[in-house]
Structures are given as C-alpha cells and as structure tokens.
Design a protein around this ligand. Structure first.
Ligand code: ADP
Ligand code: ADP
Length: 226
C-alpha cells in the first residue's frame, strides 16, 4: 500500500474558496516530503484532510490504505503545529503521554513510552517541568515528543519551526533529521514557506501554487545533506 494516495484531491470551502485543486500525489514509506508555497496556497488544508480534520470535496484521499479518520484512530498519523499547544497546567511528561492516556494505555506503560519520546528529543531531564518553564525550542521539542509517543507512521508538521529564532530553528532541523534517520519507516510531511528549509530537510519537495492550490512541481532531492 501507499502511505498516502491523493488523486485529483480537491477542497472547496463552503464560502466558495478553492483551497486545493486536483492534487495528484503518492507518498511512500520513509519519505521526508516538504510542501512549499506561499501562505494561502492550501498547505494546511491538505494536512487537515490527511489527518481527517476536514473532508475533501472532490477526488480521492487514502491514508495507510484506509480513510483519513480511520488512520487517525489507528494512531497512524500525528500532527505538530507551529503553536505548540501544550496544556499549561500539566507537566511535560503528562503532556507527552496525553495521546496514550486518551487511548487508555496503562499508566506505567505510558510513563515508559513518554520517557522514551522525551529522550529522543533531548528533554529527558525536563519530564517534571511545567511548559512555562521551557524555552520556545524546548516547547517545540516537547510537542514533537508528544507526536512521536504513539509511534505514528506519518508525522505531519505544519510550519513547526516558524516561530523560533534562527539558531534554535537550525538546531531543531538537525535534531529532526536525526530522529527521522533513526527510523527508516518514519515518513515526515512538512509544510514550510521557506525553500531553503525544504531543500535542506527533505527527500522530495512539492511546490505549490497560490490559489487555487495545486502541486506545480515535484522535485527529488537526491542527497539529503549535511
Ligand atoms: P496555507 O496553509 O498554505 O497558508 P490554507 O490551507 O490555510 O493555506 O488556506 C488555503 C486557502 O483557503 C486560503 O485562501 C484560505 O483563506 C482559505 N481557507 C482556509 N480555511 C478556510 C475556511 N475554513 N473557510 C474558507 N476558506 C478557508
Ligand atoms: P473545515 O471547514 O473546518 O475544514 P469541513 O467543512 O471540511 O471542515 O468539514 C466538514 C465535515 O466533514 C466535518 O464535520 C468533518 O468532520 C467531516 N469530515 C472530515 N473528514 C472527512 C472525510 N474524509 N470525508 C468526509 N467527511 C469528513
């Protein structure tokens, strides 16, 4: 099966805005695919459809061989937003284990999995900290850990580093590449308006046109560097 299959995928919002038009794209296991395009070109709309938060109005969309909603239920997809959306009154560990708690995973197992995820992002010493005690970069690491905790097959990241300063952004880019390389099955879909970030991170770049959002070009990046 393909990990994501889009065929003539379209989305017209109720107000008539054509956000996505006729997108054909197949995403394979282990890819790091960046969508790049100006704001308003429909990148977030595509992501919302892949995670089942918003339904397509035309074409076909399959995720892990099933519907986006079913894939989400199976914890096949996980989402990282730019604004980290950590719960302010819960510790870092509780925030990271939340997706497991929602699925009824027993406490002990939850803790072990959350600690593993925190270790992956270099935050294992901050399990007991509260979100407000973390810097912007650390909050982003915590939300990446929360996405990784349920071992998703597809990690969707929507401008995750957009709000960070340049040095923190570069550090997190390298850390993300490390995490991705450690797991050959991990597939990352990443949205950015920054062409350099796209080429630096990804194995393939989907270039989007503004309004209506179409994929204008698909570019292979043969040698991921550094
Ligand atoms: P991007 O993520 O590339 O900035 P979006 O997917 O957020 O783009 O938006 C694509 C287009 O759809 C934009 O013109 C935006 O204004 C419009 N749009 C987004 N969400 C809605 C909505 N809920 N209702 C109507 N139009 C929307
Ligand atoms: P939004 O305007 O917030 O993007 P939509 O108008 O696209 O949301 O969503 C309409 C309804 O379709 C929502 O209640 C959503 O739950 C539902 N929906 C979500 N995914 C799908 C899908 N794959 N197929 C059909 N409907 C869906």
């Amino acid at each position: 099966i393909e990990w994501v299959r889009m065929e003539r995928l379209s989305k017209v919002y109720p107000n008539g805005t054509v956000a996505v038009q006729d997108v054909n794209l197949t995403i394979r296991e282990g890819e790091f695919l960046c969508f790049v395009g100006p704001s308003g070109c429909g990148k977030s709309t595509i992501f919302k459809m892949i995670t089942g938060l918003s339904g397509p109005t035309g074409g076909t969309l399959e995720v892990m061989g099933t519907s986006p909603k079913q894939a989400r239920k199976q914890s096949d997809t996980a989402f990282v937003f730019q604004d980290h959306t950590l719960l302010p009154w819960s510790s870092v560990l509780d925030n990271v284990s939340l997706p497991l708690a929602l699925r009824g995973v027993p406490r002990k197992e939850r803790k072990a999995e959350a600690e593993r995820a925190l270790e992956l992002v270099g935050l294992k010493d901050y399990a007991k900290a509260m979100p407000r005690q973390l810097s912007g970069g650390m909050k982003m690491r915590a939300s990446i850990a929360r996405a990784l905790v349920s071992k998703p097959k597809l990690l969707l990241m929507d401008e995750p580093f957009g709000a960070l300063d340049e040095i923190t952004r570069q550090t997190l880019q390298l850390e993300l590449l490390d995490i991705w390389r450690q797991d050959p099955k991990m597939t990352v879909l990443f949205v950015t308006h920054n062409v350099f970030e796209a080429v630096f991170l990804s194995t393939r770049v989907a270039v989007m046109t503004p309004r209506p959002g179409k994929v204008a070009a698909l570019v292979d990046v043969p040698v991921p560097f550094p």
